[in-house]
Design a protein around this ligand. Sequence first.
Ligand SMILES: [Fe+2]
Length: 250
Amino acid sequence: MICQISDTHFVSNNQKLFDKYDTYSKFEDTINTCNKLKDKPDFYIISGDLIHDDENFYKDFFKLCNQLERPVYPMMGNHDQRQALKKYVKTNLIDNNGYLNYAISTYPVEVICLDTAIKDQIEGTIAESTMKWLEEKLKKNQNKPIIIFMHHPPIEIGSVLFDHIKCNNGKEFINLISKYNNVKEVMFGHVHCFFSKFINGMEFSSCPSASIQYPIDAETDRNLNLDTRSYIKLINFTNGELSKDHIEIN
Ligand SMILES: [Fe+2]
């Protein structure tokens, strides 16, 4: 079982996100929720926006991550700092071009994690070298189901707030993965809400944030009353079938 955690937007414990949201305590709660799960995940994927902008937050973030009882795979989001984050991840999670692109190959499903962040930008992209890296992985792994994780969604979700800051070459990405019928799922973060849609037989689904949710139908982000309920996502792949569940953090 995989546990996806997303958009923790961690800040130090004397600060609040947007002067309002205590994402430090929320991450402690997230870890407690994870460690109380009856069925322990094989590993955790934290799909970007680990911290909120300031690279100094990584130290405490990873200190807390060490309390998780299974391996943790961090990914890049638009609020992460690639150079600083690399100091905290194993070198085998960094590709030859310096992106955090990696595959987890020791399970019945091939798990591919893509780096879609562009330095100092909110929208995402799949760099040319990443697209080539992905194609190689797809070619080599045609005999087992594949799940792809990425921070930015490659599609619009019907949100005024998020559709203009999605992965900007998602169509090219979908054209590529559609050639491989063993690609089953694309899972992303970034959108801070629940979302799911099937395209070409693949499910594209979000992981809601482990900090705050934005209403999918919000017209503006001004004066929004954000939902502080937060979630982790469990992805089970026993018996060759994939099933998903969301657990509320408390
Ligand atoms: Fe986020």
